[in-house]
Design a binder for this molecule. Structure first.
Ligand code: ADP
Length: 553
């Protein structure tokens, strides 16, 4: 078989001999001319072979040119160089073309050839563009000494992947996800064939075992220990004569890298990357990258730890809130049941007392003395008050137990109903109740009647010198309606705005304004059952506006 790959690389031999000749001291002219002669012969042979297998032709021609120059044959040299350029151009061999151009330019500067400077500039530019500026072979002294170590092409190449890998490791919130991202990054960035993540067990003398769910992979405990004690990535390459080599060699591993993952300064895990095909795969760049991956993984693990603690805390907190709510609901139900039983059972004997005292009054009025008559009046008033109290308590206890399902409820009708019930209070006070056009909402109709009856009733009751004027209006706030009951009554001091909604909370004596202190507590429960809020806006002497919300359906 005879092809470009099986033929000897004569042009490279010619290059080597020419370089050797260049390096010969001027005190050895003979040796120099011998080397050049040999080089010239080989370059000619190289050209001959390259005529049929052309890959190397530009190189061979360039060598022949340079050697001729050194031997003093300027014209011949120029011919070779020009031909090298032509061939390279025809082959679109950019690198070869740039190199011959560089050679012709350099020779031309020394020999005064026209266009030499242009040749040099074009060659430099082409080589830089290809990222092959090393081929310029400029003396090292030309570079500034203080220049920082250049970023190697391989690192720059992987920059985007480095960022992506860092991001996906850092954003994982559970150890398993972090390890998966680490494995991924190690294979992609370090070009490893396999990556095992190992858990380090400090209590078991820093023994390391693959994390659960990990496919069985090869790792070497000696290297793990080395990495743990160095606190940074360590590598192995085929041919090393340390303890690690045996285990790895037996597993057919040719390159290995181990980097510890530290959390708060303590090794929690490490990554072990291996390759069976390539030896010397992991050099300094890879060590740096591995340390970078491990550092991010360490931070992510710390973060995940905080996150899981937070989750636990939230879960406990939620549980506690649930327990408290359940306890509150239980006690609320108990209270309502108690209120119901007490008021219900009280009603019967009270009815008897009321009946008999009225009977006494009707039958015996004037037949006893005046004091006895006065007592009778007080008994009857007392029983009436007690009946109201029990009636109110019963209605409070029935808000949840006697509730009905929600249905479309026209608030205009609700207000009309409440006004009808309150007719006598309106007549007595000489007041007026007006309303805007009100919406229809999903509600327990009878409870809303009770709610508006209480609010309008209070508005009529707590009036000062002026005749009461009550107005009901509604405002659409997007997801909920706000219904307002405004009056021109006595108003309420700021400090009582919250408390008046508590059960039995009253601001007046019975003689000033009779009442039980249950009405607003009933209102609040009804509104809460309808998923709304209730509050008052008021100033003493300037009237009050009670507002409550109902969700828009
Ligand atoms: P009651 O009216 O039976 O006393 P409520 O629970 O209905 O009980 O009201 C609690 C307290 O709130 C009342 O005692 C009164 O002082 C005050 N209040 C309620 N509505 C008004 C109002 N429209 N104007 C002024 N004060 C009011």
């Amino acid at each position: 078989m005879r092809n470009a790959y099986t033929l000897p690389l004569r042009s490279w031999l010619a290059s080597a001999l020419r370089r050797q000749a260049e390096a010969t001291s001027c005190w050895e002219p003979e040796r120099r001319s011998q080397l050049l002669e040999r080089a010239a012969g080989i370059a000619k042979k190289a050209i001959r072979v390259a005529r049929s297998h052309q890959n190397d032709l530009p190189h061979a021609l360039r060598e022949a040119g340079l050697i001729s120059l050194m031997q003093g044959s300027v014209r011949k040299a120029r011919q070779y160089l020009d031909e090298s350029l032509d061939v390279a151009k025809r082959q679109a061999a950019r690198f070869e073309h740039a190199q011959t151009l560089l050679a012709r330019g350099r020779a031309g500067v020394a020999l005064g050839w026209a266009g030499a400077a242009d040749d040099l500039t074009a060659a430099r530019q082409a080589l830089m563009e290809m990222g092959a500026d090393w081929a310029l072979d400029e003396p090292v002294a030309e570079r500034t000494v203080a220049e920082p170590e250049p970023v190697t092409l391989s690192l720059a190449d992987r920059f985007d992947t480095v960022l992506d890998a860092g991001r996906s490791i850092a954003s994982a919130l559970a150890p398993d996800a972090i390890f998966a991202a680490v494995r991924d990054a190690a294979v992609k960035l370090l070009r490893g064939e396999q990556c095992v993540v190992l858990r380090v067990h400090p209590e078991r003398d820093a023994e390391a075992t693959p994390v659960s769910g990990e496919m069985a992979g090869v790792f070497c405990p000696t290297m793990v220990h080395r990495a743990l004690s160095a606190s940074r990535a360590v590598t192995y390459s085929e041919g090393a004569s340390d303890e690690a080599s045996e285990t790895l060699l037996l597993s057919g591993i040719r390159s290995a890298l181990c980097a510890p993952i530290l959390v708060r300064g303590r090794a929690e895990a490490c990554l072990f990357v291996t390759h069976r095909g390539v030896s010397g795969l992991f050099a300094e760049d890879e060590q740096r990258l591995a340390d970078f991956i491990a550092a991010i993984a360490g931070a992510a693990l710390e973060n995940a730890d905080g996150f899981s603690q937070l989750q636990q805390l939230t879960a406990t907190l939620e549980q506690r809130v649930q327990d408290r709510t359940a306890a509150l609901e239980a006690s609320n139900i108990e209270l309502q049941q108690f209120a119901y039983i007490a008021s219900h059972d009280l009603q019967t004997p009270l009815r008897g007392i009321a009946g008999f005292s009225q009977f006494l009054q009707q039958e015996y009025q004037g037949r006893l003395d005046e004091t006895a008559d006065g007592y009778l009046v007080r008994i009857i008033e007392g029983t009436k008050r007690m009946q109201t109290l029990i009636k109110d308590l019963l209605s409070y206890s029935r808000i949840d137990s006697r509730s009905r399902p929600f249905e479309p409820t026209n608030l205009n009708e609700v207000v009309e109903d409440a006004v009808t019930i309150l007719d006598s209070s309106i007549q007595d006070s000489g007041g007026t109740v007006t309303r805007d056009e009100l919406p229809t909402v999903a509600a327990d109709r009878s409870q809303l009647v009770q709610l508006l009856q209480n609010l309008i009733g209070n508005a009529l009751k707590y009036h000062g010198d002026q005749t009461p004027r009550v107005h009901v209006s509604a405002e659409n706030g997007g997801h909920e309606w706000t219904i307002s009951v405004r009056d021109n009554g006595i108003g309420i001091e700021d400090k009582h705005h919250e408390r008046i909604f508590e059960i039995f909370r009253r601001l007046h004596t019975q003689t000033e304004y009779p009442g039980t202190g249950i009405g607003l507590a009933v209102c609040r429960r009804i509104v809460q059952r309808h998923n709304g809020r209730i509050w008052v806006e008021s100033e003493p002497g300037r009237g009050s506006t009670f507002r409550f919300t109902v969700p828009v359906r």
